[in-house]
Ligand binder design. Structure first.
Ligand SMILES: Cc1cc2nc3c(=O)[nH]c(=O)nc-3n(C[C@H](O)[C@H](O)[C@H](O)COP(=O)(O)OP(=O)(O)OC[C@H]3O[C@@H](n4cnc5c(N)ncnc54)[C@H](O)[C@@H]3O)c2cc1C
Ligand code: SF4
Length: 444
């Protein structure tokens, strides 16, 4: 991770200490007991609940909501955590409007779903923040599994394997575990060090050894891991960032940064007043990362923040809820606007049009948006995957529950084909690969 370079206009300390604290507080404060009971009472406890199908980890949502309604939130937490060991983080970060809440019958009927994410957080916080780990390990099997990547996919896989009695060693390139939970998720979605607390709690099961600052391809190799361990799981996310791909040398000016780097620096900062930010910030991209970078630039005190996205608003990767959040935070959304140059302290955008066949028409029309800081958020890509592992469409090719082309090697999460680059999907794929690895080890 690099730190924000100091250039004119990009300065730290734009706000008072109180303003930083207020801006970066919990975006969705937790429900109290009364609020949780009221929210739970709205559930119809559908027999054939569509929310379960819409959740990638298939949590028994009506059951856990009934457990909250009957005053047993710890039982509700166990229902959630059995299916999704990162239920606490997912309750905070899942785009629920596209998942469980989007499928809720009350959403269909009234446009107002049961608050499943908030209820999930309510239940799991009681267990996770207690620090006491509720799951027990199975009898030791003597089998050892190597997991590459301590993100949601890798740790979900590691936890399920440890629960079955296998010994797991997790190798991660970064100094801290948690993957994007620790380095990527917007700070106002997971305040007070929740990501680190959740990982500590998860490790309470025992049998999982973390080896941070161990990068596959440097400190360890796939051949070495295959020789030493009975199985290998790759959960290394998307560690590369896409290049902008335009002929604009000035865009490499010092104040241009990858948005993921900007966010990682912010997430790791102990003192937000030391983080430099521009007065006029342009974020290029249309996904969750673009929105998170833009909103956090605003919260750091940038006056004018614009998201420039080359396609129409309906094509943005960020959910409608996130787009609304950006607009509410004072971010300007410019769609069908692609960067063509940076000159005279401004990003020059060319207007585009989405054609019916899905292609993009670049028009000759231009608009200049003042910018002393440019953040690029145009997607991450696979990096550091060993040559022996087959890749298809930019991701590790997998069959079934994460089997790669290399025998004894599984993959899941953002690095594997078939997911949708969400925390909850990574958790589901790590869990499912662990079940398959367990079957393989049992048979072997
Ligand atoms: C800015 C941002 C905001 C997001 N916000 C949300 C959100 O609000 N909600 C949501 O559902 N999803 C969100 N996502 C997506 C979500 O964070 C990811 O889908 C999820 O973290 C994927 O989990 P993973 O375990 O596959 O990968 P990661 O979380 O990326 O973890 C991969 C781990 O592998 C390690 N690693 C990488 N290469 C190597 C190597 N060669 N050797 C060893 N270790 C390696 C990394 O250090 C990292 O710890 C966001 C993503 C970004 C970038
Ligand atoms: S994990 Fe996410 S999608 Fe699944 S029930 Fe919880 S909030 Fe909804």
């Amino acid at each position: 991770m690099t730190t924000t370079p100091m250039t004119p206009g990009v300065v730290p300390g734009r706000l008072t200490p109180d303003a930083y604290a207020a801006n970066f507080r919990d975006v969705a404060p937790p429900l109290d007991e009364h609020e949780a009971r009221v929210a739970a009472d709205r559930c119809y406890f559908c027999h054939d609940a569509p929310c379960i199908t819409a959740c990638p980890t298939a949590i028994d949502i009506p059951l856990f909501i009934r457990q909250i309604a009957t005053g047993t939130p710890d039982a509700a937490a166990m229902t959630i955590l059995h299916a999704n060991i990162f239920g606490g983080m997912c309750g905070r970060v899942c785009p629920t409007e596209n998942l469980c809440e989007g499928a809720c019958v009350r959403m269909e009927a009234e446009g107002r779903p049961v608050e499943i994410g908030a209820l999930q957080r309510y239940a799991t916080d009681g267990v996770v923040l207690s620090g006491v780990h509720p799951f027990r390990r199975g009898a030791p099997t003597g089998k050892r599994v190597a997991v590459v990547g301590a993100g949601p996919a890798g740790l979900s896989c590691a936890h399920r394997l440890a629960a079955k009695g296998h010994d797991v060693v997790v190798f991660d390139a970064r100094p801290k575990p948690g993957g994007l939970n620790e380095y990527g998720i917007a700070s106002y979605k997971a305040v007070d060090g929740f990501a680190a607390a959740e990982v500590d709690w998860l490790l309470g099961i025992g049998g999982i050894e973390l080896r941070q600052s161990h990068r596959l391809g440097e400190q360890v190799t796939l051949d070495g891991l295959r020789a030493e361990y009975d199985a290998v799981f790759l959960g290394m996310g998307l560690a590369g960032v896409n290049a902008l791909g335009i002929d604009a040398p000035e865009i490499d000016a010092p104040a241009r940064r990858d948005a993921v780097d900007f966010i990682a620096e912010l997430r790791q900062s102990d003192d937000l007043s030391t983080l430099p930010v521009g007065r006029d910030v342009v974020v290029i991209g249309g996904g969750m990362t673009a929105v998170d970078a833009a909103v956090q630039a605003r919260l750091l005190g940038a006056q004018n923040v614009t998201i420039a996205y080359r396609r129409g608003q309906d094509r943005m990767g960020a959910s409608v809820h996130e787009q609304d959040h950006a607009v509410t935070a004072g971010v300007r959304l410019m769609t069908n606007a692609a960067p063509v140059a940076v000159e005279n302290g401004a990003v020059v955008l060319g207007y585009t049009a989405d054609l019916p066949d899905g292609t993009l028409l670049n028009t000759a029309e231009r608009i200049s948006v003042p910018a002393d800081m440019v953040l690029t958020a145009i997607g991450q890509r696979l990096a550091g995957v060993p040559d022996a592992v087959a890749v298809a469409g930019g991701k590790i090719a997998v069959t079934g529950p994460g089997r790669t082309s290399v025998p004894g090697v599984w993959a899941g999460g953002d690095c594997a084909a078939g997911g949708d680059d969400l925390t909850v999907t990574a958790v589901a794929q790590g869990r499912d690969a662990a079940e398959d690895i367990h079957g393989f080890l049992h048979a072997g």
